[in-house]
Design a protein around this ligand. Structure first.
Ligand SMILES: NC(=O)c1ccc[n+]([C@@H]2O[C@H](COP(=O)([O-])OP(=O)(O)OC[C@H]3O[C@@H](n4cnc5c(N)ncnc54)[C@H](O)[C@@H]3O)[C@@H](O)[C@H]2O)c1
Length: 281
């Protein structure tokens, strides 16, 4: 007699997620992970062709799970349109992941007003737009999950990124405000704060240094675990806040940084167990 293997239930079966900045890095990893966990996912980003490739890859493994949508998150009209398109395609919305972000490197006195406004618009105002247009849908879903992506820069300063650091601090305040004001509507809102994560944004930071790889190695010496994060490492924490594994948790942040912020000063003196391939679980 043949035994039929049934797929284990996913954490996000029947849920629909809108993920911004899903055309690379952490957002892309979250889109893949969410689809594996049973969700239908809007892969939202400015680069539609890239989004389509990612959606096609996800759909090969999980047919019908992904849809690519073009959207500049600093435009309220485009955010509203992408949320409307998500619901048109998938019929509902349960999870909002505000992950898109950008960095501007420079000294504060050299910034133009337009540069300041651009980073504020992409990193923070976008979250207001997305929440505003998702709210009725999250409320209708009876349980709504909002996950904002902050940074270790939500807690400490980093050299030559004053507006980025300001936005990442602001995201914590916005997370708490949404958590407080919308708990009565069945919506939980939390913030994931990554440390050094191997994505295009990290290299944008490092490429301004004369030797980017040496600059990364130097930064990792300050990290107790001695390693950088993969986008998937961070996506797992986004997933945690997007399902009932985090039941009862709202208005909080989760720092995922390999221990970076645990010490004011730290110098790795030798290889850590996390750096040895043989110790991979
Ligand atoms: N990589 C790190 O070390 C690190 C550390 C802390 C926090 N973060 C945060 O993680 C989030 C994801 O970044 P990442 O590291 O995956 O980098 P990334 O560059 O791969 O991803 C950022 C994404 O945001 C998108 N984006 C930028 N401007 C946009 C706009 N106007 N409209 C729509 N999409 C836009 C980009 O196209 C890209 O897909 C960001 O909020 C970032 O600040 C990253």
């Amino acid at each position: 007699m043949k035994t039929k293997l049934s797929k284990a239930p996913g954490r996000l079966d029947g849920r629909v997620a809108w993920i911004s900045g899903a055309t690379s890095g952490i957002g892309e990893a979250a889109a893949e992970l969410f689809a594996q966990e049973g969700a239908q996912v809007a892969v939202v980003g400015r680069r539609l062709e890239l989004g389509r490739k990612i959606a096609a890859r996800i759909n090969r493994r999980n047919p019908g799970a992904a849809l690519a949508l073009a959207c500049d998150v600093s435009s309220e009209a485009e955010v509203a349109q992408s949320i409307a398109s998500t619901v048109k395609a998938f019929g509902r919305l349960d999870i909002l992941v505000n992950n898109a972000g950008m960095v501007e490197i420079g000294d504060l006195h050299t910034y133009s007003e337009a540069q300041w406004d651009r980073v504020m618009g992409v990193n923070v105002k976008s979250m207001f737009f997305a929440f505003k247009h998702a709210f009725p849908l999250l409320q209708a879903a009876r349980r709504g999950y909002v996950v904002n992506v902050g940074s270790i820069s939500s807690f400490v300063g980093q050299a030559r990124t004053p507006v980025y650091t300001t936005t990442k601090h602001a995201i914590l305040g916005l997370t708490r405000s949404i958590a407080l004001d919308y708990a009565a509507h069945g919506i939980r809102c939390n913030c994931v704060c990554p440390g050094i994560t191997e994505t295009p944004m990290l290299w944008e930071h490092l490429n301004v240094r004369p030797d980017p790889s040496a600059a990364l190695a130097e930064r990792l010496r300050r990290v107790p675990m001695g390693v950088s994060l993969s986008p998937l490492d961070v996506a797992k924490s986004i997933l945690y806040f997007s399902c009932e594994d985090s039941a009862g948790v709202t208005g909080t942040s989760l720092t995922v940084d390999c221990g970076y912020l645990t010490a004011a000063e730290w110098q790795c003196t030798g290889p850590t167990a996390f750096q040895k391939k043989s110790s991979t679980p």
